[in-house]
Design a protein around this ligand. Structure first.
Ligand code: EPU
Length: 337
């Protein structure tokens, strides 16, 4: 039996802590339940994983599915690596902890990212120099219009910076059921190239860090600047870091020599949205129940009782101010529904 709720509050299911309702809410715990829900109610209007990358600005009409497909299983292994399959409803950080405890490498830099395993490929989650795509092997998904199962290999997913096929052409078309990742064993050296991470380790006198030490370092850095969604409603970075042409960045740097930037390939350069927002005076600024976090300007926070529309209106103001000041357009990183 599938569990169907009518007029269900979505407050527990979005990390912004926005109160709104789903006309019909179904918990999908197995692929079979997804098939049943599909037969009975047709394709869902919305699919929610951990609700950690979404801003709900209105009630969700039609059917919303909550993906809760569990299970972590070990597949093909050799001396150097092992392939691990995880259900799309597994909490991402539980999978990271599972891997770290077994000294399996490759996703330790992604520790504490909120959300589910199934959402990870959709936006190619990334942090501290590593992206989901670096460990990704394949995924299995249910094609909602036809009820057929499909396997997606890396090239099918068209991963980009916080981007994939599932955010573009495939948007709303698939329910991700299971994700396979390759985790490393013998001979693996963690990726500690990200500056903040490298600095943290050096300061602690750690020169050849273990997988667990990297996970610990990333967790320490994250918690020192990112607000815990359990305390303060937020969805991590609200905007993406803009990627501009080298010439445009060079022109900006003439005016703002201290602006950080990183090469992003193909004559493109990435600049930090958090820096731009801070320069515009938004860091730590609040308007009613919404504000930019005081230690990470890129994180917009619901300090209590904000509506999605209020958060969105605040975000628009921030965006307009960066546009006016720097002529740079910020693109939301969270999905706005
Ligand atoms: N910065 C400021 N002011 C701020 C925030 C940042 O000047 O208020 C500057 C920092 O000093 C640094 C640069 O901006 O020079 C980058 O800051 P940080 O290392 O904190 O990372 P970020 O670019 O703001 C990105 C991801 C995060 C991820 C971190 C670490 C995006 C949109 N965000 O943030 O991902 O955790 O790097 O890898 O790419 C998320 O996607 O929700 C998320 C939290």
């Amino acid at each position: 039996m599938i569990a169907v709720q009518s007029s269900a509050s979505l407050r527990p299911y979005n990390t912004f802590g926005i109160e709104t309702f789903a006309e019909r809410l179904i918990h999908i715990r197995t692929p079979e339940e997804a098939q049943k829900a599909l037969e009975r109610f047709g394709p869902p209007s919305y699919i929610l994983g951990g609700g950690s990358n979404v801003l709900l600005t209105q009630p969700l009409e039609g059917t919303t599915w909550l993906t809760r497909i569990g299970g972590i299983a070990v597949g093909e292994a050799n001396e150097r690596s092992v392939v691990v399959a995880a259900g799309s409803g597994v909490v991402w950080n539980d999978l990271v902890q599972w891997a770290v405890q077994r000294q399996l490498g490759g996703i330790e830099n992604l520790v504490l990212i909120p959300g589910t395993v199934g959402a990870a490929p959709i936006q190619n989650i990334g942090a501290y120099g590593v992206e989901l795509k670096d460990a990704f092997v394949r995924l299995e998904a249910l094609h909602l219009p036809t009820g057929q199962y499909h396997v997606f290999w890396p090239e099918d997913c068209r991963f980009g910076y916080r981007d994939s096929f599932f955010k573009r052409e495939g948007r709303g078309q698939y329910l991700i059921l299971r994700v396979w990742l390759r985790l490393r064993k013998k001979g693996y050296r963690p990726n500690v190239a990200y500056r903040a991470l490298a600095n943290w380790l050096v300061e602690k006198g750690i020169h050849a860090p273990t997988i667990a030490q990297v996970a610990h370092a990333v967790a320490a850095i994250r918690t020192s600047k990112l607000p815990d969604p359990a305390m303060w409603g937020n969805a991590g970075s609200f905007f993406k870091n803009p990627i501009l042409l080298q010439e445009a960045v060079a022109a900006l740097k003439e005016q703002y020599p201290t602006m950080p930037s990183w090469p992003a390939g193909h004559s493109m350069v990435k600049i930090p949205a958090g820096w731009l927002i801070e320069q515009c005076g938004w860091k730590g600024r609040r308007e009613g129940p919404v504000g930019c976090h005081e230690r990470q300007a890129l994180v917009i926070v619901n300090y209590g009782g904000a509506t999605g529309a209020q958060v969105w209106a605040f975000a628009q103001k921030v965006r307009a101010s960066v546009q006016e000041h720097f002529g740079v357009e910020l693109e939301p990183e969270v999905q706005v529904w």
